[in-house]
Design a protein around this ligand. Structure first.
Ligand SMILES: Nc1ncnc2c1ncn2[C@@H]1O[C@H](COP(=O)(O)OP(=O)(O)O)[C@@H](O)[C@H]1O
Ligand SMILES: [Mg+2]
Length: 382
């Protein structure tokens, strides 16, 4: 028997888990992702975790990134961006290997050490939509957040509504316009959409940050709205406008098989004199015209209902780790689900962390909890 083995194993166990903070990426939300990474890099407790910062450039190259949180802050007039580098970071290539490498053309790959968990802080396509999650599954690496299917379902507003409706959850009336359908038969699509009434919300099926979304108050504006949505996705979802307050609720996975937990809800209060809805400008460029009220001023009964629907929505899509569920609460206190975001905005000032702060889980503890949830979950089919 090898007497050295047990102590070697003990040493490996005692090693701090190594977290790869992964950010940037190919979507329009690159800079927001960098800002989020700054927040997480600052919050990760170095007594408990080793950290490896990896950035993805706008063209998709994985590079070693600066671990200094200040480098990634959004400051007036400067949007952070992951800069290109000759050497790229490569994940383990098979399920028996944990080693990450730095690879440069015609050079011997340099080992960067083992990674225990990846924290993918990416929003939108190629980050939040299951593509990256599939890559991590193939590499057999643990990661924070939703898996392949939940990410893909959460990203596609059409599939999301089908799954939620299939679980009996309340979604509003909608019509799907498949690629090319309007071009083939504009009258038929217009007739279908007309039945929804006005106003309409015309959206790309897979986007985010309100990109490509138009509120339509006159059917004559439908063709332009469809074209704007199709710039982001050939598949379009047209929804009946819902009159109601915009309420959001944080969800975090349960520990050791327990049920997922919901935060206190928050409310998005948009100055409708300035913005017709919570559009891109209101989200990022004119934040003075938006108030994030947290917790939202709701009765205990409505709060409980929003929380229950948020957890059920998370479960319906097979969520893991975290999600933010956005609903409308109508004047007669009906709750209608608008969407689930499997990687919500996550800077310390974003709604998701603020709702958890208001619920007794401050930002550093929230980050820690998400890493622990990922470490506790197995790789492979689960
Ligand atoms: N059916 C609807 N009724 C009323 N307002 C809507 C509706 N759909 C979207 N909105 C408005 O548009 C915003 C963005 O829509 P959303 O579906 O959340 O897209 P994104 O995924 O880009 O955030 C919402 O926050 C809300 O202000
Ligand atoms: Mg939204």
């Amino acid at each position: 028997m090898n007497a050295e083995l047990p102590s070697a194993l003990a040493a490996a166990d005692a090693r701090r888990p190594r977290v790869m903070v992964l950010f940037g990426g190919r979507s329009g939300e690159h800079a927001i992702s960098c800002a989020t990474a700054g927040g997480v890099l600052r919050a990760l407790d170095r007594e408990r975790y080793d950290v490896l910062a990896v950035g993805i450039t706008p063209t998709g190259r994985w590079v070693l990134a600066d671990e200094d949180p200040d480098r990634w802050a959004i400051t007036p007039g400067r949007l952070p961006q992951v800069e290109d580098a000759a050497a790229r970071v490569q994940l383990p290539q098979d399920s028996t290997d944990r080693e990450v490498h730095l690879v440069e053309r015609s050079a011997v790959p340099r080992p960067l050490g083992e990674v225990d968990v990846v924290f993918p802080l990416l929003h939108g396509p190629f980050g939040e939509d299951g593509t990256l999650q599939g890559m991590l599954e193939l590499a057999d690496v643990r990661y924070v957040g939703a898996g392949v299917l939940a990410s893909a379902v959460g990203m596609d507003k059409h599939m999301m509504k089908l799954v939620l409706a299939g679980h009996g959850l309340p979604v509003g009336p909608f019509v799907v316009v498949p690629p090319g359908a309007y071009q083939r038969d504009p009258q038929a699509v217009t007739a279908q959409v007309e039945a929804l009434g006005l106003p309409l919300f015309v959206k790309p099926a897979r986007a985010g940050s309100s990109l490509g979304i138009t509120r339509v108050d006159d059917l004559a504006d439908l063709p332009a709205a469809l074209a704007a949505a199709q710039e982001h996705d050939p598949k379009v979802v047209v929804e009946a406008g819902i009159v109601g307050r915009e309420i959001e609720c944080g969800v975090i996975g349960g520990r050791a098989g327990a049920r997922a937990r919901a935060s206190l809800p928050g409310e998005i209060v948009v100055d409708h004199g300035k913005h017709a809805f919570y559009d891109f400008e209101a989200k990022y460029l004119d934040e003075a015209s938006v108030e994030l009220a947290c917790p939202a001023d709701l009765s205990p009964e409505v709060t409980r209902r929003v929380q229950e629907i948020a957890v059920q929505t998370f479960e319906a899509v097979g969520g893991e780790g975290l999600a933010r569920v956005d609903v409308f609460v109508t004047p007669d206190e009906q709750v209608v689900v608008n969407e689930i975001n499997t990687m919500p905005g996550f800077t310390p000032y974003s709604m998701y962390p603020r709702m958890w702060q208001a619920s007794g889980l401050p930002y550093p503890e929230l980050v820690d909890e998400l890493v622990q949830l990922a470490l506790e979950r197995p790789t492979g089919l689960r």
